[in-house]
Design a protein around this ligand. Structure first.
Ligand SMILES: NC(=O)c1ccc[n+]([C@@H]2O[C@H](COP(=O)([O-])OP(=O)(O)OC[C@H]3O[C@@H](n4cnc5c(N)ncnc54)[C@H](OP(=O)(O)O)[C@@H]3O)[C@@H](O)[C@H]2O)c1
Length: 218
């Protein structure tokens, strides 16, 4: 079934790839951007845009959408305050907005190492992401009729070309890398693979065809 999909973080390095792939498939992307100057990219693709910022209410952006792909992030160049405001609180805001505005599917781009109690070197980031992921999973437990969720956790992102060959939960290469192309392909493919619903998994570049790997999730 074709879905209208809000891409949060559409102007990002992964988000642009997600939008492009959605546009090539059966679904209808809506690119959430923060600035009018970013519209040009999406106009050229024939993809509609909506202006919204995760630090503020985004109900107007998600209204009328069936699904959300979250590909945003505060990035490493902002302070820890933005990590909390965007990766943690902003992400939760988007989940609540999606649920109350009638979306039924939510695919979260998270990260390997994201845990609410992380003690990693970048624990502020891993905790923010881990708390947002936990909220999404917890929301479903108390409101099962709401969002079907998936959390995809990549390793260090690269701009390598798409292979659509992946490894799930085991880094078979030992390189701890995930190409943004493979990641974008996975985020989009989750929409059409029921086995990804209610799953959180690590995604690495690997040797298994993406669709086969997703369909094998248990
Ligand atoms: N880098 C890694 O190695 C790595 C590894 C694992 C997971 N990840 C996760 O993957 C995510 C995506 O990576 P990427 O390289 O594609 O990131 P990116 O290019 O930095 O894109 C992030 C996007 O988020 C948007 N954004 C930032 N603050 C926002 C806000 N307040 N409201 C709405 N949108 C906002 C940015 O908007 P603008 O375009 O307007 O700035 C940008 O489009 C990261 O954020 C991180 O959580 C990264």
């Amino acid at each position: 079934m074709a879905m209208k999909v809000l891409v949060i973080g559409a102007n990002g390095n992964t988000g642009k790839r997600v939008v492009r792939r959605l546009k090539e498939g059966p679904h209808e992307p809506l690119a959430m951007i923060r600035s009018v100057s970013q519209r040009e990219t999406f106009d050229a693709l024939g993809v509609p845009t909506v202006l919204a910022d995760l630090e503020y209410p985004i109900d107007h952006a998600v209204h009328g959408c069936d699904a959300v792909i979250f590909a945003a992030g505060s990035g490493s160049k902002t302070g820890k305050d933005k990590t909390v405001l965007i990766d943690h609180i902003g992400a939760i805001r988007s989940m609540v907005a999606a649920a109350v505005n009638g979306a039924t599917r939510y695919v979260m781009l998270s990260s390997v190492g994201s845990e609410p109690n992380s003690d990693s070197k970048i624990r502020h980031y891993h905790r923010a992401k881990g708390n947002a992921d936990a909220f999404l999973q917890g929301m479903h437990e108390v409101m099962p009729e709401q969002l079907d969720w998936t959390v995809v956790c990549p390793a260090g992102l690269t701009d390598e070309p798409a292979t659509e060959l992946v490894a799930i939960d085991t880094d078979v290469t030992g390189n701890h890398r995930t190409s943004r192309e493979n990641l974008a392909a996975a985020l989009v493919a989750c929409l059409d693979e029921p086995k990804t619903i209610g799953k959180r998994f690590e995604l690495y570049d690997g040797n298994t065809p993406l669709r086969e790997a997703l369909a094998a999730l248990v």
